[in-house]
Design a protein around this ligand. Structure first.
Ligand code: URP
Ligand code: ZN
Ligand code: ZN
Length: 466
């Protein structure tokens, strides 16, 4: 099978060129003006942007939380991702306390087989006694080169400083990358206890009991642990201005600190917690929405590269029956929000069309940097000879209304219901297969492949502030 994409404007992080792209089987074989080659499929892309497929490094498909499980599994979630222009995700395998990392990876690989786009896995570590430390090296050999640790959720996921330090020290040796969910658990548990005692049970108290200070305190602390261990660290879902200040400060001293934010922090705020009819429960995710003024600081950080990535933290629970189970107590509302399908659209509309970032920077934060930081580059995250043919033909003029009634995510609400956005994926190519064409699904079931990832390359040579 071969494909020729003709006359599109090819966007990478460092340029925009009118060029044709020739794909043979799964790989980009030639790029240049007017290639004039014959192909099994010709895609006319004049007037369109041709971009590398999106890479979303933070998703939770089929994630059990208490009595519920996220409503998208690897099949529905990856299909929705593809409709939005994402062609690779990194989800998580989660160690069970007292069990090996290997068992967790083997089990998760089975579940992930249903994926229709390519996928990698991070390993969530929940306990790391001395005798398990070398299991991290084994993960790296199997292509799982990043590890996630939590400073919150004491009943399920939280680890202590000793564990975090062990993991950081081991990644210094083995070249892996530690990712951290940073929120101070002591502060949160104290605030939750107080709120419940005072009868404050509505959804907005989820946000009130997880204040920005809890995130900032943990971010600051983890930066110090990483500095002490002389290891790089990546912060997931950074939501507020003050965290950014500490991240920026560390980066400016040359510390390899990296961070992502997510659309829900750029586009929702505490104002959404005043919605009537329990609709505020839709905005119960962690960290919670912040005061609106933080959004501008997040955009500034995307502009100046103290934030390198926008991922979704796609963690969908239905409003009916699932979010509703916390009607009389916010702590019973499953935390998380959907978004895997809307990331490129929102960032294009508000970022590029809105004049905040260039098309090159857009491609960088939604595809190239996540691929680089997580060892997928240059197979993923760029349009280059030899790269996987993961390509999106993006129509920059198409207008689209985001709605739960038309989206492909298996969830009954959208955080962005009724929002009109400009720019849409028209054709999506994944490893040389056309999987979405004119908003119609064309891909075969279970066609996604597990991506064994390389080591993170930038420890010393890459400083986000430069
Ligand atoms: O609310 C969220 N984000 N749930 C998913 C788990 C996490 O903290 O990333
Ligand atoms: Zn998290
Ligand atoms: Zn998450």
């Amino acid at each position: 099978m071969s494909i020729l994409i003709k006359n599109g404007l090819v966007i990478t992080t460092d340029g925009a060129t009118n060029a044709d792209i020739f794909i043979e089987k799964e790989t980009i074989k030639r790029i240049g003006p007017h290639l004039g080659l014959k192909a099994d499929n010709i895609i006319e892309a004049s007037g369109k942007l041709v971009i590398p497929g999106g890479v979303d490094v933070h998703t939770h498909l089929s994630l059990p939380v208490g009595n519920v499980i996220t409503s998208d599994d690897f099949e529905t979630g990856t299909r929705a991702a593809a409709f939005g222009g994402t062609t690779t995700i990194i989800d998580f395998a989660q160690q069970v306390k007292g069990h090996s990392l290997r068992e967790a990876l083997d089990a998760r690989l089975k579940e992930a087989k249903k994926s229709v786009i390519d996928y990698g896995l991070h390993m969530i570590i929940v306990d790391l006694p001395e005798q398990r430390i070398t299991e991290m090296d084994e993960m790296i050999k199997r292509g799982v080169t990043s590890f996630k640790l939590f400073t919150a959720y004491p009943d399920r996921l939280m680890v202590d400083d000793d564990t975090i330090l062990r993991a950081l020290r081991q990644t210094k040796k083995n070249g892996g990358l530690v990712c951290v969910h940073a929120e101070d658990s002591v502060m949160i548990e104290s605030l939750v206890g107080k709120a419940l005692m005072e009868g404050k049970t509505e959804p907005k108290y989820h946000a009130a009991t997880r204040p920005a200070e809890a995130e900032v305190k943990a971010v600051k602390h983890i930066i110090q642990l990483a500095r002490h261990a002389d290891a790089p660290v990546y912060f997931v879902h950074i939501s507020c201005s003050e965290s950014l200040e500490y991240i920026r400060q560390a980066q400016s001293k040359g510390q390899p600190v990296y961070a992502e934010t997510c659309p829900q922090y750029l586009f929702t705020s505490t104002e959404d917690l005043d919605r009537p009819n329990f609709e505020d429960a839709k905005y119960v995710f962690t960290p919670p929405p912040r005061e609106k003024w933080n959004q501008e600081k997040l955009w500034n950080s995307l502009q100046n590269n103290s934030l390198q990535v926008v991922s979704t933290d796609h963690c969908p629970f239905n409003f009916r029956g699932e979010k509703e189970s916390g009607y009389s107590n916010f702590t019973n509302i499953p935390n998380g929000a959907p978004g895997i399908e809307n990331r490129l659209q929102l960032l294009f509309n508000f970022g590029v069309v809105g004049g905040k970032i260039s098309t090159n920077r857009w491609v960088e934060i939604i595809s190239t940097m996540p691929a680089k930081l997580f060892g997928l580059y240059p197979k993923k995250g760029t349009i280059a000879i030899g790269s996987d043919a993961d390509i999106v033909i993006w129509n920059p003029a198409t207008e689209h209304t985001i709605s739960a009634s038309t989206h492909h995510m298996k969830v009954d609400y959208s955080l962005y219901e009724g929002w009109r956005v400009q720019g849409l994926a028209e054709i999506v190519v994944s490893r040389g297969d056309i999987i979405v064409e004119n908003h119609t699904w064309k891909g075969k079931p279970s066609r996604g492949k597990f991506c064994t990832r390389e080591l993170f390359q930038f420890r010393r040579s890459f400083n986000p502030c430069m």
